[in-house]
Write a protein that binds this ligand. Sequence first.
Ligand code: PMP
Length: 373
Amino acid sequence: MLLSENQKKAVKSIYNAGPAALPAEVLRQIKAAIPDAEERFESVLEIGHRTPAFEDILRPLEQNIRELYALPEDFSITFLQGGSHTIFGMVPIGTRHLKDPQFVISGRWGVRAAADAERVRPIERVADTSEKRFPEYPDLGAGQFRKDAAYTYFVTNETVQGLQIHEPTWKSWGQTNLVADMSSDLLSYPVDFSPFQMAFACAQKNLGIAGVTVAITRDSFVENMEDKGLPEMFSLKKLAAAKSCYNTAPVFAVFVSRLVSDWVRSEFGSLAAVKKESEAKAKAIYDVVDSFPETFQACVKNKAQRSNINAVFRMRDQQTEKEFIELCRKQGMIGLRGHRSMGGVRVSMYNATRLAQVKVLASFMRDYAEKQS
Ligand code: PMP
């Protein structure tokens, strides 16, 4: 076996930032889909991507996402490879013939996407809070944006900083050309797609495992992309036209995404219900953090911008954080170390991590803090 005995120990909850926890039900279904060596059947690990069996996996996955978001008719969903990083390059390169896109940079992932875009074309930074180390979301009004930009790029949830914005913020910009990185909060609240041209996310947080990336695109935006001179795999236009099967699709990763999307529908029914649970989980953690300022300090001070998905906080010093994370690990609660560029403690609460689990962590944090005082 490739995992150490230590890693195989039973855990109560996994707070990894991504790849992240999968629903228990999905793990059961994955296991059932893989044959024993003795008992052969043609498994999902062995089927072709141009088979009816794969179509039966892919199209309902697409349909699940379409229905959960109530996507407008003129939007399509494409599954790609290469992670969100690939999209960082694909969108600016496909729109080089259009006016400079405008970027709102509010955290590490906005920085990365802007840097990649600038490798292939000029961009405009409407705001960039890197110098201040992203304490809060930039306060922007409609007057700061241009209507003729190729698109307006932003990240809905900065996974590293634990900074999240919601619909009232991006709607206040008055733009109808939005392109959002939703990698870490996909399928966690309803979205009105009318001001969007595109949203995208890697699957390994809220939609399965690493290996597949989902692009939700307005057809006219992608059809208007220019791909002359580009190798075909770099053209979102070509990949979207090929309906997720331009080249060999990551069959197994798509299969897991299908299972997760089925699970979201059967477990929650709607994204409004996911949102409700997501808010309750975040509240459970931040309530404890705010009740014990001597022990925990939230990294995002503006409560309206605190992420419901990744709660990030600091403790007295790095040694204390390390000890606290180790105590949690001993209780079966793993994956709490902050991002290497940020430090601190990060509680990543994707959909598969349920409120009951988060309440256990919150109560452990409370007991810990009470003992300190
Ligand atoms: N954007 C955000 C918001 C992310 O959290 C991540 C991954 N943590 C990425 C982009 C990069 O995704 P990938 O590694 O799949 O390219």
